[in-house]
Design a protein around this ligand. Sequence first.
Ligand SMILES: [Zn+2]
Length: 360
Amino acid sequence: MIDESRLLNQFLDLARISSPSGGEGPVADAIAAVLTALGMAVERDAAGNLLSRLDGVGEPLLLTAHMDTVGPCENVTPVVRDGVVYSDGTTILGADDKAGVAVILEVLRCLTEGEDAHRPVDVLFTVREEVGLEGAKAFDTSQLRARMGIGLDHGGEQGTVVVSAPSQNALQATVHGKMAHAGANPELGLNAIRVAAEAIAAMPLGRIDEETTANIGIIAGGTATNIVPDRVEIQGEARSRSEAKLQTQTEAMVRALEERAQANGARVDIEVTRQYDPYRLGAEDPVVALVTGAMRSVGIEPIMVATGGGSDANVFNAAGVATVQISCGMAEVHTCEEHVALADMVSTARIVLACLRPGA
Ligand SMILES: [Zn+2]
């Protein structure tokens, strides 16, 4: 039986523990203590990810959430108003993704205290999700028995199932110009900021189409107003749920840099790195059928969505563990207005429990 106040208190306990990316130790200890008290063995890998397993009958299912949060996350003071948990307004709340962690722990409590048969469960709590899915990438997925998974790391209405997510390329470029005294002899210099600006202005950026986006997010260069700058560093990204469109977009950004550098007689070093791979699941995929069937069985109509963001699910899908993200009710994440309704966490726990019925 789901215990609403136990679930709420678990969430509040986790929210109060600061857990920036790379600083998940204390919250991981708290989570491990809960698992241990439930009689579940906990393994912590070199990256800090927590893996635990519960035996059962039927096909195993992965349940996963991440333990880190974005900032500001020091001294989070959760406040409950009308069944909704907020921070006190000075920090994030960390429902992204502690709402997911709390739901999974409540589900495990229900399974271990109940008599009913359930599927075997692999439970994975990752580190460093918010800084590029680094925990999931470092995790050895051969440790998992499950070939299907449910991630509890998404917002939106109850019933939201993320069945498709983009791949992402990161772009890092350095434009090399030539330094000169800006007042005495500017004609001897080559302004790297100018070249970078022309290149960025020539790039298609922002929303490219329904499934493709691109951004230049960081530009840094120059040292003084009286020096023609000889070096600018640019960092950006492109994402698409279409591999072909991602390639086209990435090439357009690279070409803009190369063309503007060449036209100005400057040099540019460009590095493109794949951040994560896309995934696309359909209604016919077993994990989607499982989750949508479970939602309907508890009276929630599934809403299948494609997202523009990557998550740990991208990494697990690429490793052959078909994983969807479902909403656990988190809202306005990555802001100080972040909140989550207890009723949404409860209904998420109901959905996950329904997924774990052996015949489901
Ligand atoms: Zn998240």
